[in-house]
Design a binder for this molecule. Structure first.
Ligand code: NAP
Length: 308
């Protein structure tokens, strides 16, 4: 018979591995289901400099591996498998994957979020051919070249800074005249040279090179004047926010209009024994510190549920 775990954790990012650490350390049997490698979005961040305890900053992948190791040390197991279907309403919860069905008395949902698309017609076709959603993954392909970064949040400025170390020219394109990220980043990026800001601008079109089929530039529209201008660039990094990974939860749990799970700070969802931790939960601040806080809370709540 398949093992019935005390806790199944769906998603191996900071929230998932913190829940696993706390759960396993409290003596629960824990299985983490992770679709790729540990860390989720965190693992694609070059330098994280706002996670306490790392005054020099820390590489996202390294931090992810350490979080996994920390949970494994107390006995949490990991299986590389993607959840395809969830049965969460009964006392035994089931997570269906291509590798089999896993059963748990509790489930911590920690599937996080993925980069949002801009929604331009040829965006999908140009992915990997000039369109990227991850500067630290793909930046090196654009060494010495001209690239654009779209967005004005923390991801966009972190991408801009990273790319300014590799590329010849980095054009930051943002739809408003104020960044969403702290404005000090604008000065910092401008001071680094190579970077320029096209504020109040939106990408209208992705231009494809007729022979290579790769991106060759952008048509960018100035919001105030309506004027369009062309930017020759080999890469564009889209950093326009996140979409929660909650498609499997539609019809199972209440989601807000953005698709985030409506669970409170206690991470308890509408279903007993099911907890939502990290970026997939409706919350005011999505950071690694808030994700790990959710993970710890979810594990404590799971323990409480199991003891009842
Ligand atoms: P975000 O904060 O939601 O910012 C998305 C940016 O994209 C905004 O500037 C937004 O413009 C713009 N945008 C959205 N849709 C757009 C569209 N259709 N066309 C053009 N621009 C569009 O997303 P994020 O930067 O990915 O950050 C997500 C969360 O992770 C945040 O809580 C952030 O603080 C956190 N984060 C933290 C770190 C870190 O701590 N080191 C690093 C990265 C991310 P408007 O400003 O006009 O809405």
């Amino acid at each position: 018979m398949e093992e019935l775990y005390d806790m199944l954790v769906v998603g191996g990012g900071p929230a998932g591995y913190t829940a696993a650490l706390y759960g396993a350390r409290a003596g629960l049997t824990v299985l983490v289901l992770e679709k790729l490698s540990p860390g989720g979005q965190m693992a694609t961040t070059d330098v994280i400099d706002n996670y306490p305890g790392f005054p020099e900053g820390v590489n996202g992948f390294d931090l992810a591996m350490k979080m996994k190791e920390g949970a494994s040390r107390f006995g949490a197991q990991t299986v590389s498998a993607q959840a395809a279907k969830l049965e969460l309403s009964g006392p035994v919860k089931r997570v269906h994957t291509a590798k089999g069905v896993y059963e748990g008395k509790t489930v911590v949902l920690a599937t996080g979020a993925r980069p949002r698309q801009l929604g331009l017609p040829n965006e999908r076709a140009l992915r990997g051919k000039g369109v990227s959603y991850c500067a630290t993954c793909d930046g090196m392909f654009y060494r010495g070249k001209t690239v654009a970064v779209v967005g004005g949040g923390n991801t966009a400025v972190a991408d801009g800074l990273y790319l300014s170390r590799l590329c010849q020219r980095v054009v930051m394109i943002h739809r408003r005249d104020q960044l969403r990220a702290p404005m000090l980043w604008k000065d910092r990026l401008e001071t680094a040279g190579k970077t320029e800001f096209w504020m109040n601008c939106q990408v209208q079109e992705l231009l494809t090179h007729p022979e290579s089929g790769r991106l060759r530039g952008l048509i960018v529209r100035e919001n105030t004047s309506g004027r369009c201008r062309e930017l020759d660039c080999e890469g564009v990094f889209l950093a326009v926010g996140q979409t929660p990974e909650t498609e499997l939860l539609k019809g199972i749990l209440p989601l807000d209009k953005g698709g985030y799970v409506t669970a409170g700070e206690d991470t308890c969802t509408a279903l007993p024994g099911v907890f939502a931790a990290g970026d997939l939960r409706a919350k005011p601040l999505r950071q690694i510190v808030t994700a790990v806080a959710d993970g710890a809370t979810a594990a404590a709540k799971a323990e409480e549920y199991l003891s009842q």
